[in-house]
Write a protein that binds this ligand. Structure first.
Ligand code: SF4
Length: 471
């Protein structure tokens, strides 16, 4: 038999119809919904007299607009309050399970899918959110879709998709101490560029990937979209199965045994081919930081900002020149020691328990700089509860950081958390576009270790220079 990839296996099992020169009609196993991209879709669905085809395969949460400050409730912002009202009304009317404001399972859509066991290997998953690629960490095929596609999936449980190309990213070696999954994926995007994965589904493989925890794999797949790829995937293995076992929506009993037997057939066969392969040596990586206004403008933390004059490609030269003007940075400048106004530890990239543990390991028994405001925002209610059981919130508070309610927070600045114009933020989120964290705000992307170390220093800092017992 011809060796097959993980992607090929999932794709072929889900094609309902494939006509020549047309997109495939792809069956969707799981549809995740949130309050920002769903109201229009539900409204159009109702206007056409259609029903949600599979409410049992559709789950909703509230994350983007939710205040992360307890004092933000009830929600004062009229538009945000209306979005909450709409998703509550729509889900009730359509029989869709909503993890609403008071639900102990609520959180960022890409955090709760995995932690509730909704996300499973071999699935096709869609959500009206770019970072749906996150779920591929379980060996699922997960696409971010637009509002009109949300409506389409609600109505039909299917998605029209042209078959993507495949790319394998092989990461061998061992990540050095103080270098995390976030650094790995930022290094990849810096290497292949924000268009490097365009049109492709990336499968991550190699010893360094296999050695990652599930939460670290989620970080990698989350940022795949920032390389322009359609999705990211990691073959399921014992790490995946151990993570899923016993979770609320994971199969149980005989269904678990059957699912496990199927999941073990999914990984890419030896000898299967990809349209493109990229290799990275994990052992050579260092903590990464971005200096510009897209996630590909990144460098090792001790590096120096490149000079647009050395770039021959006109559009790249223009993009870097524009980015440095926005960031008020100079070619050749080092970022270590650059003052930081805000440190943000959270988001669907790095708002999970292991991320908070890493930040706490740096902040423990220390105090953040008086010039830096530090927000620690758990990715879900469950993450918040677990962190509090471990006493992490007390470490953060004792260090002078703010311990907030779960939500997207400063990743997107549509919930009351935002930068002031001109402020610099070291952020564990995934996007550093102009204005992403607030109009005129300037973002350096980095890992939770880097964000925590920078919070202590009040300036960009290398966590490896701090004595930390274990992280
Ligand atoms: S944390 Fe940021 S990237 Fe993730 S779902 Fe929320 S807004 Fe989107």
């Amino acid at each position: 038999m011809t060796p097959r990839t993980l992607f090929d296996r999932i794709w072929s099992r889900h094609v309902v119809v494939q006509e020549p020169q047309s997109p495939a009609v792809l069956y969707v196993d799981l549809h995740l919904v949130h309050e920002v991209t769903s109201p229009q879709a539900f409204q159009d669905l109702c206007a056409r007299g259609l029903k949600v085809r599979r409410p049992d395969k559709t789950f909703a949460t509230i994350d983007h607009i939710v205040p992360t400050d307890r004092r933000g409730f009830p929600i004062a912002d009229a538009q945000a309050a209306e979005q909450v009202r709409q998703i509550e009304t729509n889900c009730r009317a359509c029989g869709v399970q909503l993890f609403g404001l008071d639900d102990p399972r609520r959180g960022i859509v890409h955090v709760i899918g995995p932690e509730l066991g909704l996300t499973q290997p071999g699935m096709t998953i869609v959500c009206g959110d770019s970072h749906t690629a996150t779920h591929g960490a379980f060996g699922a095929l997960a696409f971010g879709v637009g509002t009109s596609q949300v409506e389409h999936v609600l109505a039909t449980q299917c998605l029209l998709q042209y078959k993507p190309k495949t790319m394998q990213v092989r990461v061998d070696g061992t990540l050095p101490r103080g270098v995390t999954a976030k650094d790995l994926v930022l290094a990849l995007i810096a290497q292949i560029g924000i268009g490097g994965g365009t049109g492709s589904v990336i499968e991550y493989a190699g010893a360094a990937i296999r050695a990652l925890s599930m939460e670290a794999r989620l970080t990698i797949c989350n940022m795949t979209i920032e390389a322009g790829a359609r999705a990211g995937m990691i073959a399921p293995d014992d790490t995946t199965f151990e993570y899923l076992a016993g979770r609320e929506f994971a199969p149980k009993g005989a269904a678990w045994d059957a699912a496990l037997a199927h999941w073990k057939t999914l990984p890419t066969d030896d000898g299967a081919t990809f349209d493109e392969t990229v290799s990275l040596d994990a052992s050579a990586l260092e903590p990464m930081i971005t200096f510009g206004t897209n996630p590909g403008m990144g460098m090792p933390i001790a590096g120096r900002i490149p000079d647009p004059a050395t770039i021959s490609d006109a559009s790249q030269k223009h993009a870097l020149t524009k980015a440095l003007a926005y960031m008020n940075l100079q070619p050749g400048q080092a970022l270590l020691g650059h003052p930081i106004d805000v440190a943000f530890i959270g988001s669907c990239t790095n708002g999970r328990l292991s991320d908070l543990r890493a930040a706490a390991a740096v902040l423990k028994s220390r105090h953040v700089s008086p010039r830096t405001r530090v927000l620690v925002v758990p990715g879900s209610q469950q993450v918040k509860r677990q962190a509090e059981q471990e006493g992490l919130h007390e470490i953060f508070r004792a260090a002078g950081a703010e311990w907030r309610e779960p939500g997207c927070s400063l990743c997107i600045a549509m919930n009351g958390d935002s930068l002031e114009p001109g402020q610099y933020c070291i952020s564990t989120s995934n996007r550093n576009f102009e204005g992403r964290q607030g109009k005129g705000g300037r973002t350096f992307l980095g890992s939770p270790l880097t964000a925590a170390a920078s919070a202590l220093a009040g300036a960009v800092a290398d966590a490896r220079e701090f004595s930390i017992a274990d992280f």
